[in-house]
Design a protein around this ligand. Structure first.
Ligand code: FAD
Ligand code: NAI
Length: 475
């Protein structure tokens, strides 16, 4: 039967489409089902990441950064710009083109790897004869079956009770990426990754941005020294940040939104804004799966319960990415997708959860991998720290971007690198060296002894490694 496959992947985000490609590379007959529609109703594989996440947010961050540079920093290079203007609709149209290029790229990769793509919602029908039946609803309903199922259905923005997303005034990530005119006043609830990235875009384009955060600590999961530096810099850039708030009523009117909240001192406050982004985390997508039909186990958050190998409670049913435990990151989803495909093939797929890098694409960028200093202290682990500021790096000075530093944390006795934390220019790229080093269990001295090109930002990484042994050369 043509609708019989070895592997069916439900969801074509970074977890699903990569799992499908890897399984096809390993010789399996693979189907991948995804329901995302583009503006014309056609398929738009790539999931949250491609359509309303990583890719479009980075496109808008790049455009707004160019504008900010032209408005505030070109003059330092002797460049005068007269009549500088920002066409926000064009910026958004460019972002849409970038998204489409990525959608098309994935459809091409499916063809190249002979993955059969089905556009529609995939849901379990039943388990029978050592296989699972999965229905595809959509324009062309069908029923597929396979021995192995990989669920990669991702996540959606969490709603604040009493503040439903209308995507016009109260925005999730979807609405925040589709605004066609910079709001005068923008409110953001939640100072996490989305709040800071999207807040940056609209602040650079002229919005007065106020961020309201429930926790008393800014970026609590980030290394404390980095978080403190980031808070100082973001506030200096004009971001209004209130920590330790308790959100009350959120009221959308004809023209704007009023947020009532209690500040850290317990005083009642009102924030009036043109638009409000609510970025308070994400919830796993399991509602459309008909998980009950086969007895697939979910936890109290609705996430699919898996073990370290992404195995669910059902034989040959796997789950990866945002729909399971762990950080909600595209590269984490991809790594799990590859590992699952390899496990299905009887190989030893492997994901090291301690080596998943994080990047926040603000300016300055923030990137880290491994343990924070506060986590090492809490564990009682003896460590050495060394850091190097970009102000002492020649390339950073030539770039005109000397904010921030690179910080290494290494084991006090073995010198093994335990964590690397960067705030500053191209932190997103620099962190890769730390990931490679840590994957090979390198010591700080190993990095310190490697020749790094001059002048380059990566010399700061080498210098921070030297700083662990208190022997920086340029600071
Ligand atoms: P998703 O990408 O959510 O894909 C799941 C897919 O499954 C979707 O297409 C969905 O429509 C489909 N689906 C769901 N249910 C069904 C069903 N029953 N049948 C058929 N299809 C179904 N991560 C980073 O690493 N770097 C970043 O810079 C970054 N930026 C982000 C910016 C924003 C604004 C947001 C919101 C997220 C960002 N993320 C980033 C997180 C990243 O997008 C997610 O971690 C990643 O997309 C998870 O991949 P996934 O494959 O698990 O799920
Ligand atoms: P988040 O988890 O990063 O941050 C949510 C913030 O909202 C937290 O600081 C939390 O304390 C706060 N919060 C929660 N409830 C609140 C309330 N009632 N009132 C006020 N504050 C409240 O979640 P976010 O920003 O929605 O992003 C979701 C996920 O998407 C991220 O955790 C990340 O995994 C992924 N992402 C990754 C990016 C990247 O890698 N660069 C970019 C954007 C998103």
């Amino acid at each position: 039967m043509s609708n019989q496959f070895d592997v069916i992947v439900i969801g074509a985000g970074p977890g699903g489409y990569i799992a499908a490609i890897r399984a096809a590379q390993l010789g399996f007959k693979v189907a991948c089902i995804d329901e995302w529609k583009n503006s014309k109703g056609g398929p738009a594989p790539g999931g949250t990441c491609t359509n309303v996440g990583c890719i479009p947010s980075k496109a808008l961050l790049q455009s707004s950064e160019h504008y900010d540079q032209a408005a505030h920093h070109f003059a330092d290079h002797g460049i005068t710009v007269e009549g500088l203007k920002m066409d926000v609709s064009k910026m958004v149209a460019r972002k849409d083109t970038v998204v489409k290029q990525n959608n098309d790229g994935i459809l091409y990769l499916f063809k190249k790897n002979k993955v059969s793509f089905f556009h529609g919602r995939g849901s379990f029908v039943k388990a029978a004869d050592g296989a699972y039946e999965v229905a595809v609803s959509g324009d062309k309903p069908e029923t597929l079956s396979a021995k192995h199922i990989v669920v990669a259905t991702g996540s959606s923005a969490r709603q604040l009770p009493g503040a439903a997303f209308d995507e016009k005034l109260i925005l999730s990530n979807e609405g925040a990426l589709a605004v066609t005119e910079a709001p005068k006043k923008l409110g953001v609830i939640g100072s996490g990754v989305i709040g800071l990235e999207m807040g940056s875009v609209w602040r650079r384009l002229g919005a007065e941005v106020t961020v309201l955060e429930a926790l008393p600590t800014f970026l609590a999961a980030v290394d404390e020294q980095v978080a403190k530096e980031a808070q100082k810099l973001f506030v200096k850039q004009g971001l209004k940040l209130e920590l330790g708030v308790k959100i009350g009523e959120v009221k959308a009117g004809k023209k704007g939104v009023t947020v009532s909240y209690a500040n850290a001192k317990g005083e009642e406050q009102k924030l009036e804004v043109d638009k409000l982004i609510v970025s308070i985390g994400r919830v796993p997508n399991t509602h459309g799966l008909n998980a009950e039909a086969v007895g697939l186990k979910l936890d109290e958050r609705g996430a699919i319960v898996v073990d370290d190998d992404c195995k669910t409670n059902l034989p040959n049913v796997w789950a990866v990415g945002d729909v399971v435990r762990g950080p909600m990151l595209a590269h984490k989803a991809e790594e799990e997708g590859v590992a699952v495909a390899e496990r299905i093939a009887g190989q030893h797929g492997h994901v090291d959860f301690n080596l998943i890098p994080w990047v926040i694409y603000t300016n300055p960028e923030i990137a880290w991998v491994g343990k924070t200093e506060q986590a090492l202290k809490a564990e009682g682990r003896a460590y050495k720290a060394g850091s190097f500021p970009f102000i002492a790096n020649g390339r950073a000075r030539a770039l005109g971007d000397t904010t921030g530093f690179v910080k290494f944390l290494a084991d006090a006795s073995t010198d093994e690198i335990l964590g690397v934390h960067i705030i500053g220019p191209f932190a997103s790229e620099l962190i890769a060296e730390a990931c490679v080093a840590m994957a090979f269990k390198a010591s700080a001295e190993d990095i310190a002894r490697i020749c790094h090109a001059h002048p380059s930002l990566s010399e700061s990484t080498k210098e921070a490694a030297l700083a662990v042994d208190k022997r920086t050369l340029n600071f």
